[in-house]
Ligand binder design. Structure first.
Ligand code: SIN
Length: 280
């Protein structure tokens, strides 16, 4: 079958057809897929049937799978794959249900080398709702006024595990996990290592402040940039079907899960990440 890549929205998202992710792909197809991944920031593969090991193999077209960071959500026999579901609990915190990913963010930006990509594979879904939205932060950067680009180029942000003004909770960690992950300074504007394009590197869950900028001024700048980067024109909103595998580029996107569905129905995904490089 022929592999076809079809854009799904103006600035983000493309659907790949003609590929069973359990099969090997040749170098030419792998290159087309990787180019589209960088350009469209999120790729969708429908109607897949993937065991956790198949999922790891399929995602390997785009890089090297890494161990999930929050050990409590691993699959015991496949540590590269974790579970994201609306039954997950904050097992090291208050033990209550904690639905992850429900505000705009990019994954693990408080680590020195954040994952290049994250992927979800849909196992169980509510009858409606629970979409995941993706925004292209290269396109958002490009569309900024020159004066704003001048103001923010070269600024650095302090990323904590959980910022003091985070819009949502994150799972509590053990003392050892906390000690192993100090706050990290990351550029506010990063250059994509493959495309050379500049991208806004934003994450209100993690950004505590900007180096050399008064705190309140920093929060207002973050708010301004977030409002811009999440305008509809930059977004692709994915409506899940069982068997969808979606992979996105954390270096040039943010994403958000929508918790607008009937919580008595299960939403269960397998999740994996690919090794990245230090943002620069
Ligand atoms: C995530 O942020 O990794 C999860 C997104 C989702 O559940 O749609």
């Amino acid at each position: 079958m022929t592999v076809t890549i079809t854009p799904l929205a103006e600035n983000a998202g493309a659907e790949v057809t003609g590929l069973d992710l359990r099969d090997d792909v040749d170098a030419e197809i792998a290159k087309r897929l990787n180019d589209a991944f960088v350009d469209r920031v999120a790729l969708v593969f429908r109607d897949q049937t993937l065991t956790p090991r198949d999922f790891v193999k399929g995602a390997s077209i785009f890089g090297t799978p890494m161990k999930q960071l929050l050990a409590q959500y691993h699959l015991p026999d496949c540590p590269e794959v974790g579970i994201v579901s609306n039954r997950d609990r904050d097992t090291k915190g208050d033990g209550k249900i904690l639905i992850r990913g429900t505000t705009w963010h990019t994954d693990h930006s408080n680590t020195e080398v954040p994952p290049k990509a994250t992927s979800l594979y849909a196992i169980d879904l509510p009858d409606s709702g629970g979409d995941t939205a993706f925004t292209n932060t290269c396109a958002a950067y490009d569309a900024l006024p020159n004066a704003t680009k001048k103001r923010i180029d070269g600024l650095q942000a302090v990323h904590a595990y959980l910022s003091s003004r985070t819009p949502r909770k994150l799972p509590k960690r053990t003392k050892e996990e906390e000690a192993a992950s100090p706050d990290m300074i990351q550029p506010l504007v990063r250059t994509h290592p493959d495309s050379g394009r500049k991208a806004l590197y934003l994450n209100p869950v993690r950004i505590e402040e900007f180096v050399g900028v008064e705190k309140e001024e920093g929060f207002s700048l973050l708010g301004e940039l977030m409002a811009h980067a999440t305008e509809d024109r930059f977004i692709y909103r994915h409506k899940w079907r069982r068997g969808d595998m979606v992979i996105w580029d954390n270096r040039c996107s943010m994403h958000q899960a929508n918790k607008d569905y009937d919580m008595s129905q299960l939403r269960l995904m397998h999740r994996l990440m690919l090794e990245g490089t230090k943002p620069a």
